[in-house]
Design a protein around this ligand. Sequence first.
Ligand code: UTP
Length: 279
Amino acid sequence: MPKDKTKVKKCLFPAAGYGTRFLPATKAIPKEMLPVLTKPLLQYGVEEAISADIDTIAIVTGRGKRAIEDHFDISYELEHQIKGTSKEHYLTEIKDVIEKCTFSYTRQMEMKGLGHAILTGETLIGDEPFAVILADDLCDNNGESVICQMTKLFEEYKCSIVAVEEIPPQDSNKYGVIAGEAEENGVIRVSDMVEKPDPKDAPSNLAIIGRYILTPDIFDILRETKPGKGGEIQITDALLAQAKKGRVIAYKFKGKRFDCGSVDGFVEATNYFYNKSKD
Ligand code: UTP
């Protein structure tokens, strides 16, 4: 049966980075496994993908990241130990996630940047549109999840989509920043994109956060993309090339985002989810 190329069924999680901002915690534990309350960042990301009806999870890992595979696997001994006790419910959510999805993994052997990590995931994605979630950007809202908002938008636009939010101008050197023309409800057609510009060179105050929908031609573009800012292969550069050839849109998502790759963002997220759990 031919694939329906308007539906996003797979989600890629690049999770091979070193997480240097969280050393020494990330020396032996993947950054994506750091918990906000009792749940690792990556599990929040997978649950977000499930909320958008995505059931095929592809994870790009690296050396020292085995805990990720173990987390999304059955743990017979532990389950046997707590079966029938008052603690059994602690595993309900993760068991549900494991049941709903299939997981596949590939390793990025050299950490040459986010663009390179996404290209490494090509073997797991193939020739179809896919979502990308950076689990260290933790998103939350009371309605539709951010990736669900984006997969719906994809059905309408059928082109790559980046999620953006307004940032204080002085923070532009931490993000990819876009410029473009506003179309309708929060949608902007991208005309320019710059990776981590100095505030004086930033084309706007709209920064790309860790949610993307990509069309599979991005892989060929990434293969041709030269190392950019920081000597890394940047997805921002590949997306600008794609925007110039055709169309890429930016979407001002509804919801809250926490940069859990930074200590400040992580603490903020922890407080937010703690307060939410008490409500
Ligand atoms: P970051 O820019 O946050 O880098 O990557 P990092 O290495 O994880 O963290 P710091 O800056 O050293 O503290 C953004 C996302 O891209 C992935 C990371 O795992 C993270 O989810 N990534 C980055 C890769 O998978 N491979 C890379 O080569 C670079």
